[in-house]
Design a protein around this ligand. Structure first.
Ligand code: SF4
Ligand code: SF4
Length: 434
């Protein structure tokens, strides 16, 4: 694609990067076929190619974002299916990240939208606040249908709908400290506790700690780590996202200096995609660029790391598992086979739902901010999963677990919970008896 940026504009490294990305696009439109919003809405401006034109026009003319651009960029899930599909290697992820920052810096959203976004950014990344907010949300659940009838309040209704009906037990899996291996030590890793996951489903990291200890891996939960920054990064709040990134880089760098780390383990693929991008996010910060790149190179999804441990093959079980590949897993991190191979080796029968490339509609805060499109994508995802006639669903991202669980009666677990059970851990409560 031809571009017309001035030399003065190109002096801004972020604009220079976006210009390079734009130049790779050859307008072929292959990406439209796999874009969930184009498939759902059928509007070219809700396709990757349409959004690329909108972003190019906005950046090239140095214009503040307007309502049209904001509408179509807000509808983008950042699912990155278009990146997987694009034959020209267009780095849509960093282009849309730039567009979201530009929107945040130049566009004044309507009051209610602003308040809801401020609320999400002030609550979700902080476990104590999030836990307290879920308590209020449970009380407010009966009002969800009422709120969903008022267009500007639909996100609040969606928020209440998504809140779990009961509180998860408080777990010590997120408490700082070192967990010793149960057998001869084979490695030492740090684990991301994160923000929303330990509140919504602490059993995921409990299963991870048990499994790693059983296979000889020392696990550190470092003091001071927290939200990876993904939630606010996808809202264009770059300052807040970079603060989170710097804090985690400092924490993990201290652990490397103390005892070395083979990996930083992440059990939510949405967070994994962001941490693997820390090197890029902090590339313009001379004090952090190298440290952040080192952390990104150590970041591993739990299934990537487990694949290096050569876990023994187990006898087949009578349990059919539909594997839902989160977008951040398959498109963001290009991890497609590791989770399924681990499940098969552990004796599960793995089934692939149709249209596996399409997002379930969770996408960070998308199911709150864009509830109508999100609901359509959820219904489509659930139809495809239920058609497999699986006994349980496995996936690697807490956002997908919450989203899909709200649309089906089939139990949905994190892949590592099934693996922990297969290799000697307790049977997950969600697994049907028998
Ligand atoms: S990230 Fe997903 S929703 Fe956004 S343009 Fe690409 S395919 Fe479409
Ligand atoms: S597939 Fe790639 S090159 Fe083709 S229109 Fe989409 S982004 Fe551009």
């Amino acid at each position: 694609m031809q571009t017309n940026f001035t030399l003065a504009q190109l002096a801004d490294p972020q604009v220079a990067e976006s210009e390079q990305i734009l130049r790779r696009c050859v307008h072929c439109g292959f990406c439209t076929a796999t874009c969930p919003t184009y498939v759902t809405l059928g509007n070219e401006l809700d396709s990757p190619r349409g959004r690329i034109y909108l972003i190019k026009d906005m950046l090239e003319n140095g214009r503040p974002a307007d309502e049209e651009v904001v509408t179509h960029i807000d509808r983008c899930l950042s699912c990155l299916a278009c990146v997987t599909t694009c034959p020209s290697g267009v780095d849509y992820m960093h282009l849309v990240d730039h567009a979201r920052i530009h929107i945040e810096n130049t566009y004044r959203r309507p009051l209610v939208d602003r308040l809801i976004r401020n609320l999400l950014a002030a609550v979700l990344p902080y476990p104590a606040r999030f836990r307290a907010a879920l308590g209020f949300a449970r009380l407010g659940r009966p009002f969800a249908p009422l709120l969903k009838r008022v267009p500007v309040l639909k996100p609040l209704g969606a928020m209440l709908d998504l809140a779990p009906k009961s509180a998860a037990k408080v777990s010590d899996a997120a408490n700082p400290g070192t967990r010793a291996p149960e057998t001869e030590k084979r490695g030492r890793v740090a684990i991301l506790s994160g923000c929303a996951q330990p509140v919504l489903d602490p059993g995921i990291n409990e299963a991870t700690l048990r499994l790693l200890a059983r296979f000889g891996v020392e696990v550190v939960v470092p003091e001071g780590e927290g939200c990876c920054g993904a939630l606010v990064h996808h809202m264009g709040r770059e300052g807040q996202a970079l603060d989170f990134a710097r804090r985690n880089v400092d924490v993990w760098t201290r652990e490397i200096d103390k005892g070395g780390l083979d990996a930083v383990i992440i059990t939510a693929s949405g967070c994994g995609t962001t941490i693997k991008d820390y090197g890029h996010m902090l590339r313009l910060d001379p004090a952090y660029a190298d440290k952040a790149a080192r952390i990104s190179s150590l970041a591993k999804d739990i299934t990537e790391y487990l694949s290096t441990l050569d876990l023994p093959r187990l006898e087949p079980k009578r349990l059919n598992v539909a594997y839902h590949s989160a977008c951040s897993m398959q498109h963001g991190q290009k991890i497609t086979m590791a989770p399924k191979n681990l499940l098969k080796a552990a004796g599960f029968t793995v089934r692939d739902p149709g249209e596996g490339h399409l997002c379930c509609g969770s996408a960070g805060t998308y199911n709150i901010l864009q509830p109508e499109i999100s609901d359509q994508l959820k219904a489509r995802k659930v139809r495809n999963i239920e058609a497999t006639k699986a006994d349980v669903i496995a996936t690697g991202n807490i956002g997908c677990i919450t989203q899909i669980a709200s649309g089906t009666a089939i139990p949905i677990l994190h892949t590592v919970e099934l693996l922990d059970w297969a290799y000697g851990g307790p049977k997950p409560e969600k697994i049907p008896a028998g």
